[in-house]
Design a protein around this ligand. Structure first.
Ligand SMILES: [Zn+2]
Length: 75
Protein backbone atom coordinates (compact mmCIF):
# COMPACT_ATOMS: atom_id res chain seq x y z
CA UNK A 1 0.00 0.00 0.00
CA UNK A 2 1.47 3.39 -0.91
CA UNK A 3 1.14 6.64 1.00
CA UNK A 4 -1.77 7.93 -1.06
CA UNK A 5 -3.80 4.77 -0.56
CA UNK A 6 -3.19 4.91 3.15
CA UNK A 7 -4.40 8.52 3.27
CA UNK A 8 -7.53 7.66 1.32
CA UNK A 9 -8.33 4.76 3.61
CA UNK A 10 -7.78 6.69 6.85
CA UNK A 11 -10.97 8.23 8.13
CA UNK A 12 -10.56 11.31 10.32
CA UNK A 13 -13.57 10.20 12.37
CA UNK A 14 -11.83 6.95 13.28
CA UNK A 15 -11.03 7.21 17.00
CA UNK A 16 -8.78 4.13 17.10
CA UNK A 17 -8.96 0.85 18.99
CA UNK A 18 -8.69 2.32 22.49
CA UNK A 19 -11.85 4.38 21.95
CA UNK A 20 -13.79 1.65 20.15
CA UNK A 21 -13.16 -1.27 22.51
CA UNK A 22 -15.07 -0.04 25.61
CA UNK A 23 -18.12 0.69 23.47
CA UNK A 24 -18.35 -2.69 21.72
CA UNK A 25 -20.70 -4.12 24.37
CA UNK A 26 -23.22 -1.32 23.95
CA UNK A 27 -22.75 -1.38 20.21
CA UNK A 28 -23.63 -5.08 20.01
CA UNK A 29 -26.60 -4.60 22.35
CA UNK A 30 -28.06 -1.97 20.02
CA UNK A 31 -27.59 -4.32 17.09
CA UNK A 32 -29.40 -7.12 18.93
CA UNK A 33 -32.25 -4.71 19.70
CA UNK A 34 -32.65 -4.10 15.98
CA UNK A 35 -31.46 -0.52 16.38
CA UNK A 36 -28.85 1.15 14.21
CA UNK A 37 -25.67 1.29 16.33
CA UNK A 38 -23.96 3.53 13.78
CA UNK A 39 -26.51 6.25 14.51
CA UNK A 40 -25.36 6.40 18.12
CA UNK A 41 -21.74 5.32 17.82
CA UNK A 42 -20.67 6.61 14.43
CA UNK A 43 -16.99 6.71 15.33
CA UNK A 44 -17.08 3.07 16.40
CA UNK A 45 -18.93 2.07 13.24
CA UNK A 46 -16.25 3.82 11.18
CA UNK A 47 -13.50 2.13 13.14
CA UNK A 48 -15.01 -1.34 12.80
CA UNK A 49 -15.07 -0.87 9.06
CA UNK A 50 -11.35 -0.18 8.92
CA UNK A 51 -9.97 -2.36 11.74
CA UNK A 52 -10.06 -6.16 11.26
CA UNK A 53 -9.00 -6.77 14.87
CA UNK A 54 -11.90 -4.85 16.37
CA UNK A 55 -14.29 -6.28 13.80
CA UNK A 56 -13.28 -9.79 14.89
CA UNK A 57 -13.94 -8.84 18.52
CA UNK A 58 -17.28 -7.35 17.55
CA UNK A 59 -18.28 -10.45 15.58
CA UNK A 60 -17.36 -12.66 18.53
CA UNK A 61 -19.40 -10.56 20.94
CA UNK A 62 -22.39 -10.51 18.62
CA UNK A 63 -22.25 -14.25 18.11
CA UNK A 64 -21.97 -14.92 21.85
CA UNK A 65 -24.82 -12.53 22.63
CA UNK A 66 -27.05 -14.15 20.00
CA UNK A 67 -26.41 -17.59 21.42
CA UNK A 68 -27.11 -16.31 24.91
CA UNK A 69 -30.44 -14.74 23.92
CA UNK A 70 -31.42 -17.90 22.02
CA UNK A 71 -30.76 -19.91 25.16
CA UNK A 72 -32.88 -17.48 27.17
CA UNK A 73 -35.78 -18.08 24.83
CA UNK A 74 -35.44 -21.82 25.26
CA UNK A 75 -33.74 -22.29 21.89
ZN1 LIG B 1 -9.40 -1.41 16.22
Amino acid sequence: MNELERLLLADPRDPGCDAAMPILDQYVELELDGADPAARFLATAVHLRSCPACRADHDGLLEAARRFSDAQLGG
